[in-house]
Design a protein around this ligand. Structure first.
Ligand code: NAD
Ligand code: MG
Length: 397
């Protein structure tokens, strides 16, 4: 029996992971499940999957979690440190499905114990890719990408030689507003941005898909995971979301990964890797689909892509700052403090300030492997700067 831990079990990816575990009775023993606000669901999952430990990131919800687990023999804990400790406990396979930079420290714990980390939390790699990949090599940890595009790339790269790879192509649906007239974007509401044309996901990544910040994070994620320079990682708008990614080789051949938009494919691939097991995902009927379309992303519609490229070129701690500024801008949009199109303005301005003032370069030079403390400091500075910019925008309005 393999032991598994699911970090972020109450979210969209976490629930899909538990769905797969539930379909293989007797194959897995759940060590720990972690969540945050939804302790009712967390407790229910812990009981249903006979977890040994359930942790909420929220200390204020500890009493409620303990009460819900009373008499079950399941251990309860709370707080970010307890989440990190859950990640550090031995388990054969760990899903990293926390949303946001809060996933970084738990991811590092898994990597530092030499574990197998199925990584959905792309923010881990965006904020600290160099550090996490270096630690993974040092401790013999395996990182299996779960983001659908990166799982697709990983699959297309199996058995291929790194030096023969010319380029990586990530597809993007184009999000909720791909066909909106540009002038209308400024009026986009939270509700409109929270509906994805093809995928059912958590609200934050859905809004990030509409703004293309999700793809921006994914370009950085691909750069960190596969080591290709930014100019050899491309983005292609593909409204059908059936081709997830393509690898281009130096002989001109392209290998594409296709599948129905169901995250259980990528999660299941990581769960059973290196084997392939039967998974409960829809089989594509390409004759029924009929046609697949592609187009170039429009820079005016999607400024996030250019910002991500600038952050990658700058290197050092700019990825951590990029992600944190984006999270703060997204918080402000979700709170209806700034407009949809202001998110990219906040991120751009925050990064300008931080690189201009030399605040980030003084923490870590561009080619160095950053220390965790410096990554966390860059995150804090960028969040603070973005929040100041948001506040100033509010005063102007
Ligand atoms: P979600 O919002 O549905 O779930 C997030 C999970 O993280 C929940 O369990 C929540 O309790 C937990 N959490 C939230 N804040 C936390 C904190 N401060 N500390 C600890 N735990 C916290 O998110 P999701 O859509 O499942 O996405 C999870 C991750 O996977 C994200 O990084 C996302 O970008 C990535 N991802 C998601 C999808 C998808 O289809 N949903 C696809 C690709 C990648
Ligand atoms: Mg993705």
């Amino acid at each position: 029996m393999r032991t598994v831990t699911v970090l972020g079990s109450t979210g969209s990816i976490g629930c899909a992971t538990l769905d797969l575990l539930g379909r293989a009775p007797g194959a897995f023993a759940v060590e720990a499940l972690t969540g945050a606000g939804n302790v009712a669901l967390l407790a229910e999952q812990a009981v249903a999957h006979r977890a040994r430990l359930a942790v909420t990131a929220r200390p204020d919800l500890y009493a409620e979690l303990r009460e819900r687990l009373a008499g079950t023999g399941i251990e309860a804990a709370a707080g970010p440190e307890a989440v990190a400790e859950a990640a550090a406990r031995p388990a054969d396979w760990t899903m990293g499905a926390i949303v946001g930079a809060a996933g970084l420290v738990p991811s590092l714990e898994v990597v530092r114990r030499g574990g197998t980390l199925a990584l959905a939390n792309k923010e881990t790699l965006v904020a600290a890719g160099r550090l996490v990949m270096a630690e993974a090599r040092r401790h013999g940890a395996a990182i299996l990408p779960v983001d659908s595009e990166h799982s697709g790339l990983f699959q297309a790269l199996r058995g291929e030689r790194a030096e023969e790879v010319e380029r990586l192509i990530l597809t993007a649906s184009g999000g909720a507003f791909r066909d909106w007239p540009l002038e209308r974007l400024v009026h986009a509401t939270v509700e409109e941005a929270s509906t994805h044309p093809n995928w059912a996901m958590g609200q934050r990544i859905t809004v990030d898909s509409a703004s293309m910040f999700n793809k921006a994070l994914e370009v950085i994620e691909a750069h960190e995971l596969f080591g290709l320079p930014p100019d050899r990682i491309e983005v292609l708008i593909h409204p059908e979301s059936l081709v997830h990614a393509l690898v281009g080789f130096r002989d001109g051949g392209l290998i594409a990964h296709l599948g129905a938009p169901d995250m259980r494919h990528a999660i299941g691939f990581a769960l059973y890797h290196p084997a392939r097991e039967a998974l409960p995902v829809e089989r594509l009927d390409l004759a029924q689909v009929g046609r697949l379309t592609f187009r170039e992303p429009d820079a005016a519609r999607y400024p996030a892509l250019g910002l991500a490229r600038a952050a990658m070129e700058a290197g050092g701690l700019m990825g951590a700052a990029f992600n944190a500024a984006k999270e703060a801008a997204l918080d402000a949009f979700l709170a209806r403090t700034i407009r949809f199109t202001d998110m990219a303005r906040v991120v751009e301005e925050a990064l300008d300030r931080l690189s201009g003032a030399g605040a980030l370069p003084s923490l870590c030079r561009s080619g160095d492997i950053p220390r965790l403390e410096d990554v966390l400091e860059a995150d804090r500075l960028a969040r603070e700067t973005a929040r100041e910019l948001v506040a100033a925008m509010g005063e102007d309005a």
